[in-house]
Design a protein. Structure first.
Lengths: 1120, 523
């Protein structure tokens, strides 16, 4: 009979404390299978004295672990599991701050050879996310580091010899770390290890080599192992753990497993006590170089600020401004942020002082201050704007100020390299970004590990629209038509759910710089990035926030490049020099233009959604643009704030045109509370919360969140995607607001909005900075359309629209556009004087640059420019010799019809370019009996038709000035019943109509249900909206057509015209006709088979109408 | 006059895939084969339904799914496709001894048959094409055919032409309206020709050849001129036959397909006699004999027999072929032609085989061949799945640490890691029930009852803990498998056992009590 008698645990054991010192989190990528938070909470629950977190060659998770320890009330030791290049491992724990610094230095050496002598640092750079260290290197920096050598699976003489050797050289204490392996021989093994410990003097410490917090994670850990080795679970074999024992075990259980070796258990406590270092000890200091000697930081900042104020207000700054300035400076001094402002100023000032100044603009919570304006960090005039500065260093927010600086995208790298030079690579580095598993990547990797075939996993992955889908839902599975009851599939879905949110690897942040006074490599390890000359730290934005380390975001913005180029062109051709801050403000014609949604190319408001919003919002002043930028975002949309705001605006407009005053209708609480408590928060946005700060203020005012709770909510919002903590805040916020008498529906909307901000936060200060660029770019477009088009084309790739649309828009605004030509074009697009009379007062024509030509290199263009300046080219041979052009360059120029300056048409040019004598004689030709000599193009070479010219232009320039492809098909389209886009735009609401055009953009915005298509024909643009059911019915047409015929109903609202699609027809095959040499009129009769798209009865359709011919048009830009 | 037939097999990969699996195309369901490349997962072939949705070869699988989320796909098997194409080419030997495979460019696979002077055998060119078309259709193979003077012209007409037959000597006119890519040009050349405005083959006729050729990169220019010359017959283009036709063969076609292998047996003596007569004429004997049956479904089945000495004795041949399985010849829906050929023939005065076979060096080789021969014979007799060989397999679970594979002469591929733990030589399958008495939670049993005998444990080691392979479907209906704790124990008599307890106390399914099992005995 079975004996079911529990063995009493000896009382002594229960008292024995234990600290697990070998614990890997999921920052040991693809190895650890638990979050640091889970481990800390579980260790606390099990009654451990402390938890040592040591990830493989990394400190990436220590901040989170430390924070989780603080939250759970458990001492979490910061350590690292060093894996040497020879495969040996050593776990180290710093005793104090200095030892921690040495550990960081050591890891930096291993990851990027930073901090080494020059001679040692030579050689091939270490690849990203790798660490190469030897024991000798570790021993050199090992002072103050307690070392634990984990016993390998097979203990042999080699291990003992190594331990003995290490014991002699390691500068601090060295322990032997023993863990039960559950292989049947644990008792013998522990005894053997105890003997080795005795012989080598490295005392034995107990641990359980933890990989996850609970045994249930074994499955996920197995899957991670498969992913790491690139094998399926069926092939993984012994690479997997044999059992689920690698979890945190309670002290009693550890004591039982180590019975007879109690000292090994006790020692874990000793070590935990000896390692007193905590991340709280990192005392952060901002670099203080940028101060001239003899001045304090405070004095220097004051001097710079007032000097700036004098420059912006030559007649003396308004008293209001001076008052705010003094207040801000006082506040900055109080919280000691002078260095932060000075550092940002230093970077910005350097960028401005370049021979060709780099345009930049700051944004972020601290940026909307008068100080920043005076320092030149921002250009949002504080007299025109309510200053929000107080909010950023209000007492309840203990986090550092935040200034992001955008630079011209083509020149940001210069700024980054300046920062590295200025502070040194040991003191400046970019933050990390954690690349985490998202639904798609998770299902891919899990599916592969479980041996699901590729089409199954991609079918599953594909069903998740957008990258942050809410995870895989059951109906996703059903939609793929897969058998959802298949056990493997079920497992895959469960494990995918578990894996989502795990970090996969670290990558560099787009531009967040961390700068320190003390060497940064003694605060955090620095590693090489994938990009050359880039190094980044192991911590991400949230880690840095948690440690109160300040960072400067140095970001790239394409529009700044375009604005810089635009302002330069205005200065050159119109004789007036403007800067971001000095562009004339509030020009009514600019707002008129925006109200008409005439915003192709304008920063931020050029997307379909924004274009649809403009005529509804009707911006008339700067603050309207701030709202415009912020309103088409997940926050306000999810919170259902868009319509209330638009409604309020409409009412206000109506009342004010009648001369009345509009009273804002604020949501108010129950009678027991001040009815106007939200007035201060929502005054500027007509009683509707639109910005992130407002949502947070509502939480504090209307739901009485304490500063602490608000901070928690903010953190939950930031990590919303990782953890599900936000739901407790939901009940808290909604519940309290309802309790205080707010309408439940409003409370829920406020919370939804906060959730929306979690996906894409948009504070007012960002919106204001962006609105500034909206205004400036719109101003250029409105007043100098030729300049605007040239600047956009010269800054490609950027923005929403392809060059063809930018050029068409310019032409629509009366700009004369000239083709690229070696006789007149530079590399960049330029402006040329107009000779004859012209429309709209424009005096310059736009000359397209050689950069528009596919396959032409910049240095070739520059050689052409240099030689042309000496004297014009006589013929193609002269061009080839003097500009030293290779055959490929001449081919590209000829194919793009850019040899007009030599009086050569495209085909003449091509024939000539292709026929130029080759560098070497062609023996092949001699052998083949082909005579090399020949002259002008033979008469048999067909003459190109107009449509062929246009198609060739599209092929080589991605645009054509000779016509629109659709115009050649007009007769055919008319026969099919389609009207030009220009006609449809003027049709009344509700009219049924067909429009055909080239598909420019396909969009399925975020969670929105509708699909937006933009069609273009020779007369303009048609905006098509498809409802989901129609999309599903016409999916192939929507997703693959180049040329599309849409039948539908005209919908007009607030000046926006949409075509609500009802049926779609893919007529892309017609584009092939344009390349045919036969007379179009004969070929272009609509034929039955082209209309129905039925395949050729003989099955030849696939080769006949090869898509190659149809693909000449550039692909549409698709956004999902 | 040379006359060539080209057979274009649009969607050959899909046809081959379906033929290999005997699957009918699902109705209105787009189907594609995919292939992993440097650019990711690409479509390798698309069926008609897929093409109608706008899918095409070379598209990424992801893009294709965006267009057609219902797309069903399977990984392509290029080697199997090539093999199947080869097999089809062999089948076409029933029409012509010279059959070549057009594998290039991928996606335009087809066959070329030299039918010079042979069309009248099939009732003229049109009748020949009709017959081929009908047979392919009957076999479920989509195809387009054309006949012309040159392989190049036939290739172009089959893929791009409107008329299937270009009359002898009228190649130039027939090709003129076809697009230039019908000349088998690469993409780059086609694009440049189009850029010059040269779209149809006729556009090229009037151009100076040298002037045209030098406008392409050297080889491409030459290739263009050569392709044009080949198509027009100005340059010879030999066909590379799939296999050189056998010198000695006897052939017979039937109006009604033979369904039964028995029928073949009736026809065979006649064929054998005809073949023997051919051999006798030249004083030769067959060393390798092949019987090919051309089936109506476009497959060819072959029975091949090697002879240890040249022979032209039909009786001996027939006995050999019977042994090789003539009765089991798979004729499917019937064979409509039979061919008996001597693949290898030698003068009948054959040399003697050496008395002592091979030097010691060759011995292992000979042994392995002999083993392979034995395995082949056994498998031929007993069926392939009846002759198996154990092979180590990487798994923590003892009962899964080996598996059975089809026996073959080759040794197992790659080394397999071993857990390093001692395992008994004898394992029970399934493990046998045991009653054991042990202290909680995981101490070794102090005694156990197995097969009604009680054993007292004197020595024990363990537990070795093995977690279940959670990714496998549970074998029993009892619920999911649980963790096992293995103990190696020795009883008073010195017998050593390996037993385990399934289920951990306090963990894993508290409703099911742990159970004990005897899994094996040592030595």
């Amino acid at each position: 009979m079975k004996l079911l008698r529990a063995i009493p645990v000896p009382h002594r054991f229960a008292e024995l404390g234990f600290a697990e010192l070998d614990c890997r989190t999921h920052y040991s990528f693809l190895e650890g299978a638990s979050y640091p938070q889970e481990l800390a909470a579980e260790a606390k629950r099990l009654g451990m004295a402390a938890l040592g977190v040591a990830d493989r060659n990394s400190l990436a998770g220590v901040v989170r672990a430390w924070q989780a320890g603080k939250d759970a009330g458990l001492a979490v030791l910061t350590g690292c599991r060093l894996q040497f290049t020879d495969g040996a491992e050593l776990i180290v724990y710093p005793r104090d701050r200095a030892a921690y610094g040495r550990l960081c230095r050591l890891l930096s050496i291993g990851k990027a050879r930073i901090g080494l002598e020059q001679a040692q640092g030579a050689g091939k750079p270490i690849p990203k996310n790798e660490c190469r260290l030897s024991f000798a290197q570790a021993a050199q920096l090992g002072e103050g580091l307690i070392a634990l050598a984990p016993a390998p699976a097979v203990i042999d003489a080699v291990f003992e010899a190594r331990l003995l050797d290490w014991g002699k050289t390691w500068p601090d204490r060295l322990y032997l770390l023993a863990a039960p392996l559950n292989r049947g021989d644990d008792r013998a093994r522990l005894n053997a290890l105890a003997l080795i410990a005795q012989r080598t003097g490295a005392l034995m410490v107990a641990s359980n080599a933890v990989l996850y917090h609970q045994p249930e994670r074994r499955r996920l850990q197995d899957v991670l192992t498969c992913i790491r080795h690139g094998v399926t679970i069926d092939e993984a074999g012994l690479r997997l753990q044999a059992n689920a024992e690698r979890h945190l075990k309670p002290p009693e259980e550890m004591a039982r497993l180590f019975a007879g070796h109690e000292a090994a258990i006790e020692r874990s406590i000793e070590i935990a006590q000896a390692c007193a270092f905590r991340l709280d000890d990192l005392k952060y200091r901002y670099p203080d170089e940028p101060i001239p000697p003899g001045k304090t930081a405070s004095q220097h900042l004051r001097a710079l600020t007032f000097a700036g104020a004098r420059r912006f207000y030559p007649d003396g700054a308004p008293t209001e401004i001076v008052k705010i300035l003094r207040k801000e400076l006082k506040m900055i001094r109080k919280v000691k942020y002078e260095h932060y402002f000075l550092t940002v100023h230093d970077i910005v000032a350097w960028a401005r002082a370049q021979e060709k100044p780099i345009l930049c603009q700051g944004r972020g919570s601290a940026a909307n201050s008068v100080v920043c304006f005076c320092l030149g960090i921002t250009s949002v005039d504080p007299t025109k704007q309510d200053v929000l500065f107080e909010r950023f260093i209000s007492q309840e927010r203990s986090e550092p100020p935040d200034i992001d600086v955008d630079f011209e995208h083509e020149r940001r790298e210069e700024v980054i390299q300046y920062i590295y030079r200025r502070y040194g690579r040991h003191r400046a580095a970019i933050c990390a970004t954690q690349i985490c598993y998202r639904p798609r990547s998770a299902i891919r990797d899990v599916g592969k590990a479980l041996g699901l075939t590729e089409d199954v996993t991609s079918a599953l992955a594909k069903t998740v629209w957008g990258s942050w889908g809410a995870g895989l839902q059951k109906d996703h599975v059903q939609r793929t038509g897969l058998d959802q009851d298949s056990p493997r599939l079920k497992l895959a879905l469960e494990l995918t759910q578990e894996l989502i949110g795990f970090p996969r690897h670290l990558s560099q942040h787009v531009g967040g710089f961390v700068l320190t006074q003390a060497p940064l490599i003694e605060t955090v390890p620095i590693g090489n990035a994938a990009m050359p000359d880039r190094t980044f730290i192991e911590w991400d934005k949230d880690d840095i926030d948690a440690l109160n380390i300040m960072k400067v975001d140095v970001l790239a913005l394409g529009m700044l490049t375009a604005i810089r180029k635009g302002l330069d062109l205005i200065a050159e051709h119109h004789g007036q020099r403007f800067e971001l801050a000095t562009v004339p403000r509030e020009a009514p014609e600019v707002y008129d233009m925006l109200c008409k949604a005439d915003s192709v190319g304008v920063f931020q408001v050029e997307s379909r959604a924004q274009m649809a919003m403009l005529p509804r919002l009707r911006p008339r002043e700067f603050y309207d643009l701030v709202v415009e930028v912020a309103i088409v975002r997940p926050g306000p949309i999810k919170g259902g704030m868009v319509h209330p705001y638009l409604k309020a605006r409409k009412e206000k407009r109506l009342i004010e045109t009648e001369g009345g005053t509009y009273d804002i209708d604020f949501p108010s609480p129950g009678p027991a509370y001040p009815p106007d408590e939200l007035k201060a928060v929502l005054r500027k946005t007509l009683g509707v919360p639109l910005f992130q700060e407002q949502a947070m203020r509502i939480a504090m005012v209307a739901a009485e969140f304490t500063g602490e709770e608000a901070n928690g909510l903010r953190r939950a919002m930031a990590t919303f995607r990782h953890m599900g903590t936000i739901h407790s805040y939901e009940t808290m916020l909604v519940g309290r607001m309802i309790a205080r008498g707010y309408p439940p529906e409003f409370a829920q909307r406020c919370f939804n909005q906060i959730k929306g901000f979690g996906e894409y936060g948009f504070p007012e200060s960002h919106a204001a900075a962006f609105a500034q660029l909206v205004y400036v770019s719109a101003w250029i477009k409105c007043l100098y359309p030729a300049v605007f088009a040239a600047a956009l084309l010269n800054s490609q790739p950027m923005g929403f629209y392809a060059p063809a649309q930018i050029v068409r828009d310019a032409q629509a605004h009366g700009v004369q556009v000239r083709p690229p030509d070696i006789g007149a074009s530079d590399w960049d697009c330029t402006l040329e004087p107009l000779l004859g009379p012209c429309e709209a007062g424009e005096t310059r024509a736009l000359r397209l640059g050689l950069r528009q030509i596919d396959g032409l290199r910049k240095d070739w263009a520059e050689q052409i420019m240099v030689e042309r300046f000496r004297r014009p080219f006589a013929d193609i041979d002269d061009l080839r010799r003097r500009a030293v052009l290779p055959a490929a360059a001449l081919d590209a120029l000829a194919a793009a019809d850019a040899l007009g300056g030599l009086n050569l048409s495209r085909r003449e040019g091509l024939w000539a370019a292709k026929g130029l004598p080759r560098a070497a004689p062609a023996p092949l030709f001699v052998a083949a009996g082909l005579n090399e000599a020949d002259g002008a193009p033979p008469s048999a070479l067909p003459r190109p038709t107009a449509s062929q010219e246009v198609m060739s232009d599209y092929e080589t320039l991605r645009l054509s000035l000779k016509g629109h492809p659709v115009s050649f098909l007009r007769q055919r389209l008319t026969d099919l019943g389609a009207v030009p886009a220009g006609v449809y735009e003027r049709l009344p609401d509700g009219r049924r109509v067909s429009v055909a055009g080239v598909v420019l953009v396909r969009q399925r915005p975020g969670e929105g249900n509708a699909i937006f298509l933009t069609l273009e024909d020779e007369t303009g643009i048609a905006n098509v909206v498809l409802w989901p059911r129609l999309f599903e019915a016409f999916r192939p047409q929507v997703m693959s057509a180049r040329l599309l015929l849409v039948r539908g109903k005209v919908q007009r609202a607030d000046g926006v015209v949409h075509l609500i699609g009802e049926t779609l027809q893919d007529i892309s095959a017609d584009l092939a006709l344009l390349s045919r040499s036969t007379q179009l009129s004969a070929a272009l009769r609509p034929s039955a088979d082209a209309a129905t798209g039925s395949p050729d009865p003989r099955g030849r359709e696939s080769l006949h109408r090869h898509p190659r011919n149809v693909r000449i048009l550039p692909r549409s830009r698709d956004f999902h | 006059m040379r006359r060539v037939v080209c057979i274009w097999l649009p969607n050959w990969p899909i046809t081959a895939w379906r033929r290999a699996r005997h699957v009918q195309p699902p109705d209105h369901e787009a189907f594609a084969l995919t292939q992993r490349t440097g650019r990711g997962l690409l479509l390798h072939a698309v069926d008609d339904a897929g093409r109608a949705l706008g899918l095409r070869r070379g598209q990424t699988h992801a893009d294709a799914l965006a267009i057609a989320p219902g797309l069903v796909s399977a990984p392509a098997e290029p080697e199997a496709e090539a093999r199947a194409l080869h097999a089809l080419a062999l089948w076409f030997e029933r029409f012509s001894p010279a059959v070549a495979i057009d594998a290039d460019p991928p996606g335009a696979e087809g066959l070329t048959l030299d039918m010079s002077g042979a069309a009248h055998l099939f009732g003229g060119e049109a009748a020949l094409l009709d017959e081929i078309a009908a047979r392919l259709k009957g076999a479920g193979i989509a195809a387009a055919l054309a006949m012309a003077d040159t392989p190049g012209a036939a290739w172009a007409l089959a893929r791009y032409g409107a008329q299937p037959i270009a009359e002898p000597g009228r190649t130039r006119e027939a090709l003129a309206p076809l697009p230039v890519q019908a000349l088998r040009l690469d993409e780059e050349t086609t694009r440049l020709l189009n850029r010059f405005g040269l779209h149809s083959i006729g556009d090229l006729y009037g151009l100076p050849r040298a002037g045209l050729a030098r406008r392409f990169r050297a080889e491409a220019g030459l290739a263009l001129v050569r392709r044009l010359d080949q198509a027009l017959g100005a340059e010879a283009e030999p066909l590379r036959s799939v296999q050189p036709p056998a010198d000695y063969r006897a052939w017979q076609a039937f109006a009604e397909p033979l369904i039964e292998a028995e029928g073949v047996g009736h026809v065979l003596p006649g064929l054998a006699g005809a073949l023997a007569a051919q051999l006798e004429r030249d004083g030769m004997g067959a060393r390798v004999l092949a019987l090919d049956a051309f089936r109506t479904d476009g497959r060819r089945v072959r029975l091949q027999a090697g002879l240890s000495a040249p022979s032209r004795a039909p009786v001996h041949w027939l006995r050999l072929l019977r042994e090789k399985g003539l009765e089991r010849l798979e004729l499917g829906f019937g064979a409509d032609a039979l061919m008996l050929s001597a693949l290898k023939a030698e003068p009948l005065a054959a040399r003697q085989a050496p008395l002592l076979a091979g030097s010691p060096k060759e011995k292992p080789q000979a042994c392995s061949e002999a083993l392979a021969g034995l395995i082949d014979r056994l498998q031929a007799k007993l069926g392939e799945s009846a002759v198996l060989r154990p092979e180590p397999y990487e798994s923590h679970m003892p009962e899964r640490s080996e598996r059975w594979r089809r026996a073959g002469p080759e040794t197992s591929g790659g080394t397999v890691a071993h857990s390093g733990r001692p395992r008994p030589l004898l394992l029970f399958d399934p493990p046998q029930p045991v009653e054991a008495i042990a202290e909680l939670p995981d101490t070794a049993p102090s005694s156990f009852v197995w097969r009604r005998c009680s054993h007292k444990v004197v020595k024990a080691e363990g537990p070795e803990r093995l977690g279940p392979e959670w990714w496998r479907a549970p074998a029993s209906s009892q619920g999911p498998e649980r963790t096992r704790d293995y103990y190696a124990v020795e009883d008073e008599a010195g017998h050593r056992f390996w037993l385990f307890r399934e289920g951990l106390y306090g963990r894993e399914d508290a409703m099911r009590l742990p159970t004990w099992r005897m899994h094996g005995v040592f030595g």
